[in-house]
Design a protein around this ligand. Structure first.
Ligand code: UDP
Length: 255
């Protein structure tokens, strides 16, 4: 697992030294909708797809885990709703398939070759998740979009990102957020909040920092997969992270 970094030829012909060669990107469903909105917003979809293309153009192997929070989260089903929580989780997973198909078409419209693999079989819309096939797609230069999370209720797509990263031997999990990394407090609400540049997995767990689900952090720790938390809002950020620029917050083993 974890191949060494190498120089790759950017699709515009220039040489670029990538820090990571096989990358899992986790984007939340909220990244696909307008602030405070629901569903899929054309502008946001275009922005995310453009950013993903900049990484694909580096020639690195890129897989994307798409969330579904812009559609439904099982954990947020109202207590008095006739919809059971477990059903809500399945609905959430299906929501991620809707998002994955949108991202697929947006990328393909930009000339990026993709495959969607779903953890819940929806054979008419996309492939089912098969680890070896996913790796083969990556080796052929296709962006693989993982849909339907883990296929199991009561977890989130963060856990899916850590799981798939562990399964395919990814060098890093890129966790795209609205803010530029992990802060001491919510920077939107607290102007004194400061950014934490580097953290160990243990610090994240012990300080209960809201980076990703604890199960996801723990799985990355077990498999020594670094996590970079960064803002997707800033154009060029994702590409810069893959090239090794010190953007966002790096979570890894303590030095
Ligand atoms: N979900 C699930 N199992 C998984 C992944 C997702 O049950 O493996 C459900 C869960 O209800 C979750 C919802 O799908 O809240 C949407 O995913 P998530 O909350 O991770 O989306 P994001 O916040 O990243 O948009």
């Amino acid at each position: 697992m974890g191949r060494t970094a190498s120089a790759v030829r950017d699709r515009d012909g220039t040489m670029a030294e990538c820090k990571y060669n096989r990358v899992i990107l986790k984007i939340s469903g909220e990244g696909l909708c307008a602030a405070g909105g629901r569903g899929i917003d054309g502008e946001q979809l275009h922005h995310i797809s453009t950013e993903i293309k900049t990484v694909a153009d580096l020639g690195v192997e890129l897989a994307v885990v798409v969330g579904g929070g812009n559609i439904i989260r099982g954990g947020q089903i109202a207590k008095d709703s006739p919809i059971e929580t477990v059903t809500g989780h399945y609905m959430g997973m299906l929501g991620t398939v809707i998002n994955a198909l949108a991202v697929q078409d947006a990328l393909e419209a930009m000339g990026v070759s993709t495959r969607v693999q779903s953890a819940i079989n929806i054979d008419r819309a996309c492939e089912k998740f098969i680890r070896r096939r996913a790796i083969r797609h990556l080796e052929k230069g296709r962006v693989v979009i993982f849909a339907a999370g883990t296929g199991n209720p009561f977890v989130t797509t963060d856990s899916c990102a850590a799981l798939r990263a562990s399964e395919i031997g990814a060098d890093v999990v890129l966790k795209a957020t609205k803010v530029d990394g992990v802060f001491t407090a919510d920077p939107v609400k607290d102007p004194t909040a400061t950014k934490l540049e580097k953290l160990s997995y243990d610090e994240v767990l012990d300080r209960r920092l809201g980076v990703m689900d604890f199960a996801a952090i723990d799985l990355c720790r077990q498999n020594s997969i670094p996590i970079v938390v960064f803002s997707l809002k800033q154009p060029g950020n994702m590409r810069a992270v893959v090239l090794g620029e010190p953007i966002g917050t790096l979570v890894s083993t303590a030095e």
